[in-house]
Design a protein around this ligand. Structure first.
Ligand code: ASP
Ligand code: MG
Length: 413
């Protein structure tokens, strides 16, 4: 008998009819002889509605404790409704909210981190033959206050449940067929990947492939939880996210991603001396602005340029802080640009191949696309380009690497 954790996102439980369809799938899985724990999100659009209400009545910064108390109700509604629907099909089910399922977090409201999951009650329910229906996205802190895990947090709840229950698999049901080589809305040639390694998925997730919350992938990697990302609308295989050893086909490039939610700030003519970068970036990190890429040019005549990217939502604040810091450190000018895109290629096989970045630059050059910034890691190359060329760049890179096959364009090292 296998123990399966299934997680259903908001679109999969958006209305009564879909909840009934989920119940059918859950019951079918149980009737195949498996123990099943199901983690659910709030019904599609519900969390957004609750957020709007919170602001309407609580102002710009609603009380964080009450905000979490409110948002957690979205998932609780779904658990109760799904448990009822399962019972109607002749199986038995029990719903659990965050506290009932033993999910303990720290006290950081709206972005709490999981500290422990005491799965005793879930396990007891499973052993009594019930299907356990668990509320995603929530827990309680050590004083019993309700907390939430940040938007998209139900993925992380599901992985935590799978780890605590030592489940055989954590199935993530969603409104897409799996993890794709690029955004199918941008390239009709995008194809579904059969398997990706945790590290590849982490790059794909954090670079903009919106299928899984990044934290959930880190968690899965740490505890060796095998994930299966698949469609809730049909029974076809999706994409497995597994340890690196289990990925047979080491693609040089398994995904081309893009992110148009960043902005670029350039500080010109800063003195090339110790302390300058610290003076510039300390105020940004003190304001919890997450800087992504940082490029410093080679100094000339004692001065240099520093360019970095920040989330576009934080752009105005970051620009202000950079201007303040620039006048303190005596920089010449601060310039900003919001109309940028970061385009990346990701693949485990890059570890074994040379020339991948060069090939990427050639492909972009052939399209006449200018590269503004470059950064690389072991399994990723990212470039910043003008935003209006995003789709062109993605399509060209997908054609050159993914459609051309794994190793064709690059030289064996
Ligand atoms: N309902 C929450 C959200 O919309 C959590 C989740 O769905 O994962 O962000
Ligand atoms: Mg989600």
């Amino acid at each position: 008998m296998a123990l399966i954790v299934q997680k259903y996102g908001g679109t999969s439980v958006a209305d009564a009819e879909r909840i009934r369809a989920v119940a059918e799938r859950v019951v079918a899985t149980a009737r195949e002889g498996n123990q099943v724990a199901v983690v659910v999100s709030a019904m599609g659009g519900e969390t957004d509605r609750l957020v709007d209400l919170a602001h309407e009545l609580g102002g710009d910064e609603p009380d964080p404790r009450e905000y979490d108390a409110l948002l957690s109700t979205g998932e609780q509604k779904t658990t109760a409704l799904l448990a009822m629907a399962i019972r109607r099909l002749g199986a038995t089910a029990r719903s659990f909210n965050g506290a009932q399922m033993g999910m303990r977090t720290d006290a950081a409201h709206t972005r709490a981190r999981i500290e422990s999951l005491d799965a005793g009650r879930i396990r007891a329910a499973l052993d009594q033959g019930h299907i356990a229906v668990l509320a995603g996205f929530q827990g309680t802190d050590e004083d019993g206050n309700i907390t939430t895990l940040g938007r998209g947090g139900s993925d992380t709840s599901a992985v935590a449940a799978a780890a605590a229950l030592e489940a055989d698999v954590c199935e993530i049901y969603t409104d897409v067929d799996g993890v794709f080589t690029t955004d199918p809305n941008v390239s009709s040639r995008a194809r579904k990947l059969e398997r990706v390694a945790y590290d590849e998925m982490l790059e794909l997730a954090s670079l903009g492939a919106r299928v899984l919350q990044t934290r959930s992938v880190k968690f899965a990697k740490r505890y060796g939880v095998r994930l299966h990302v698949r469609s809730s609308f049909h029974g076809g295989e999706g994409t497995w996210v597994v340890p690196e050893e289990e990925v047979m086909e080491r693609l040089v490039v398994s995904g081309v991603t893009y992110n148009t939610n960043e902005a670029k700030i350039r500080v010109r003519g800063v003195k090339d001396q110790p302390g300058v970068a610290a003076a510039l970036f300390t105020p940004l990190s003190a304001s919890a602005i997450v800087v992504d890429m940082i490029i410093q040019n080679v100094g000339q005549d004692g001065s240099t340029d520093l360019t970095f990217t920040v989330p576009r939502d934080d752009y105005a604040r970051a620009l202000g802080l950079a201007q303040d810091a620039a006048s303190v450190i005596g920089a010449q000018a601060v310039e900003g640009d919001e109309a940028i895109a970061k385009v990346s290629i990701v693949g485990l096989g890059m570890k074994d191949h040379a020339g991948v970045a060069t090939r990427m630059f050639q492909v972009l050059a052939e399209e006449g696309i200018n590269i503004q910034l470059i950064s690389t890691s072991e399994i990723k190359v990212s470039v910043v380009i003008e935003e209006k060329y995003t789709e062109l760049a993605v399509r060209a890179l997908h054609a050159a690497f993914v459609e051309a096959g794994a190793t064709a364009p690059v030289e064996e090292s």
